[in-house]
Design a binder for this molecule. Structure first.
Ligand code: SF4
Length: 708
């Protein structure tokens, strides 16, 4: 049995891996891991399927007409680099785009090497899954707290009231609230006399386990939050306790929410004003309370405003930087401190996208405009794309359009273990060695854990001599792209000396806990470095000579324009589509595991009985779902778990395209929600895709699908 860490999500559960040679026989939870204590979700066992998967690409591939041929690493890397260099030479640096997906965040080597590679490309066309996910929270962190990674997390194990907006932590396992076994932790809040309240258009798995579920109309959280703040200011419940004197712009926030009483927003949110008032009172009067929000709030038309108002609510009620509230970690590798020391706190709106004038954030443009930048002629048009662990055809809005755009590119390079819906457009595919053949330390996501933790896991399987790690691929490609011919070999060698573990060791040594990699190696189950410490943000902002900005001027301007002046609540008889995360699904990339996709079809449209009846739909019937972006057909599941007027579809499905090599996934293809989401529906401030609240027509499809 080998001790390791599940690399699939930020919960980073401890696992024990049983090997049979280089095959993984089984995986179970590690009871001695101090953070996860034996817990794993169903995805952990499926790592074995990915590892042993015959469809996983093990040798570099080069496109050969309509097919593929295997190639040596030298030939494939040369071909990849030559194509990228040719496009740069002929059309300029911005003609090469790069997209990286969510798994990058969980790879030590990609965190240490991918950002350097991207910066070396010096293109403005950098895209990632962030702008389909958490970017509004990063923008809020930058504008309020002064660093894009200073996102507070609930002090989950000590809070007495947890308000959850647009998140389903029992399924997501936290997400910017890293905590394995979320069900147990939420139950513990209730067992110590506390409460969990979920505000969501759907009765999610978390809502079903909570004390209270407050259904809300999709995309209206900003109004509810503003109304709660209205009550708190009107009742003089403002209490900033330990951050007294360190917060500015109270008046700007108070003035903005003055017009948004619970009564005024009730029609829009669908929430009784009395419930809003009681909720505001509960947050203000509970000593240890935390308001937490996640992807449901980020990926809506007012994603930044809603995410901002959540933190404003925490701040004015004294629930930031204190035990049981929203706190900041003291991670063993303090990325915020390291980046701040070299002047990297984050950046916003230094330039705009060429076609749609959307703002840059942290050197990236919103993925919602990637297809525009590929298709629109003119200087700076994207001609080549490199993807790293990503599948934007399934994860970006209007994936069908992006699919067609990718097919038109001159050169596509994919660093990916699968021929998926996006990488099937590649001209060269460079497959990295599997995750358990590399060492693991979650550099990025430990900063959002509900306790301070540190764990390094050794590789548990040997990398085959013909395989290369993700970071080695980037180092070798970088040497070919950026070094003169004669110096390529020594540069590649020098880059490989910068091993991720060396960088990790250095960062641990200068971190607040003064650890080393050798120390972590001696405690392979992981180290618990204690609970989150109060006073952390006060210390950080005092050290930087800053104050917390409660009401950034552009947020207030946007809020006045969008929330007070604009009336966009008329749905015109259409239903509103929201997303859905699933326990046995990991975005788009693990559907080739039979154990995860077997059983009843799970790519279903949840629809309320009233809406189903008016459309003549019953359980298992095929529904035609149409938006202004496109259409799809999917079986329905009739349930009162969604509000009338709301339908819900999970993301990451739609494996029916030709040219992929996903034998299992193709047998249960489902439909891609991004066939109906629109690239033109974005959060105005951040450009993040607005996946929630998409207006759709739902009708009975002519053909019936198999009965569920
Ligand atoms: S919650 Fe599941 S996917 Fe996430 S780290 Fe734990 S076992 Fe892995």
């Amino acid at each position: 049995m080998r001790i390791s860490t599940c690399p699939l999500c930020e919960a980073a559960c401890g696992i024990l891996v049983d090997l049979d040679g280089d095959r993984i026989r089984s995986i179970r939870g590690d009871p001695d891991d101090p953070f996860s204590r034996g817990y794993i979700c169903p995805k952990a066992a499926a790592i074995a399927d990915i590892h042993n998967d015959a469809d996983r690409i093990r040798t570099p591939l080069i496109r050969n007409g309509t097919g593929w041929r295997e190639a040596s690493w030298d030939e494939a890397l040369d071909r990849a680099a030559d194509g990228l260099a040719r496009v740069r030479r002929q059309h300029g640096r911005d003609a090469v785009a790069i997209y990286y997906g969510n798994p990058v965040a969980h790879s030590l080597g990609l965190i240490t090497h991918a950002l350097t590679f991207v910066r070396a490309l010096r293109t403005r066309n950098v895209y990632s899954a962030s702008s389909a996910d958490q970017l509004p929270q990063m923008l809020v962190a930058l504008r309020m707290f002064g660093h894009q990674a200073l996102i507070p997390v609930p002090d989950l194990d000590r809070t007495d009231l947890l308000l959850i907006f647009g998140a389903n932590p029992i399924v997501s396992h936290g997400s910017l609230m890293t905590a394995p076994d979320m069900r147990r932790r939420l139950r513990a809040i209730r067992e110590r006399g506390g409460r969990v309240v979920v505000i969501d258009p759907r009765r999610t798995e978390t809502a079903a386990a909570a004390d209270q579920h407050i259904p809300i109309r999709p995309g209206t959280d900003a109004w509810l939050l503003a109304a709660m703040l209205h009550v708190i200011f009107a009742e003089r419940w403002v209490n900033v306790r330990r951050l007294e004197g360190r917060i500015k712009n109270f008046d700007a926030l108070a003035s903005f929410v003055r017009d948004l009483s619970p009564e005024r927003v009730a029609d829009r949110t669908g929430i009784n004003p009395e419930i809003t008032r009681r909720l505001a009172g509960d947050v203000a009067r509970t000593g240890r309370a935390a308001c937490y929000s996640r992807v449901g709030l980020c990926t809506q038309r007012h994603g930044t405003l809603a995410s901002w108002l959540v933190q404003a609510l925490n701040l004015v009620t004294g629930h930031v930087d204190d035990v049981g509230g929203m706190m900041f970690t003291t991670p063993a590798v303090d990325v915020v401190s390291i980046l701040s020391r070299i002047g990297l706190t984050g950046a916003y709106d230094r330039w705009r996208s060429r076609v749609r004038n959307l703002p840059e954030f942290g050197g990236e443009l919103p993925v919602a405009t990637l297809a525009d930048e590929i298709e629109t002629p003119g200087r700076g048009r994207i001609r080549a794309l490199m993807t790293i662990a990503g599948n934007p055809v399934l994860s970006a809005p209007n994936g069908r359009r992006l699919d067609r755009a990718c097919a038109s590119l001159e050169h596509v390079v994919a660093v990916d273990p699968y021929l998926n819906e996006t990488t099937r457009h590649a001209h060269v595919l460079l497959p990295p060695a599997p995750p358990l053949s590399r060492g693991h330390y979650d550099l990025a996501l430990n900063a959002f854990a509900v306790r301070n933790i540190a764990k390094y896991s050794e590789p548990v399987v040997d990398r085959h001599p013909s395989e290369r790690h993700d970071w080695e691929i980037l180092a070798d490609l970088g040497a070919r792209l950026f070094a003169p011919q004669l110096l390529r070999a020594p540069v590649a060698g020098a880059l490989r000396v910068l091993h991720p573990e060396r960088i990790l060791d250095f960062m641990l040594r200068i971190g607040p806990h003064r650890l080393s990699l050798a120390q972590l190696r001696r405690t392979p189950h992981g180290r618990d470095l204690g609970p989150l410490e109060p006073g952390r943000i006060a210390q950080i902002i005092a050290g930087a000579g800053r104050t917390i900005d409660l009401a950034p001027v552009d947020f207030v301007r946007e809020a006045r324009e969008r929330l007070i002046a604009c009336d966009d609540s008329d749905t015109n008889g259409q239903l509103q589509l929201i997303g859905r995360r699933q326990l046995r699904s990991n975005n788009s990339w693990m559907h080739n595991s039979h154990r995860l996709v077997k059983g009843k079809p799970r790519c279903t449209l949840l629809i309320h009985p009233d809406d189903a009846m008016t459309r003549g739909l019953a359980n298992g019937d095929a529904a035609h779902v149409e938006s202004k972006a496109g259409a799809l057909t999917v079986p329905v599941e009739v349930t009162d778990a969604v509000l009338p007027g709301v339908v819900s579809l999970p993301h990451g499905w739609g494996h029916d395209r030709e040219g992929t090599r996903l034998t299992v996934a193709r047998q249960s293809p489902g439909a891609s929600v991004n066939d109906v989401t629109s690239e033109f529906e974005v959060d105005t401030l951040s450009g993040t895709a607005a996946f929630n609240g998409v207006a759709v027509h739902v009708s009975r499809a002519s053909a019936l699908l198999k009965s569920m």
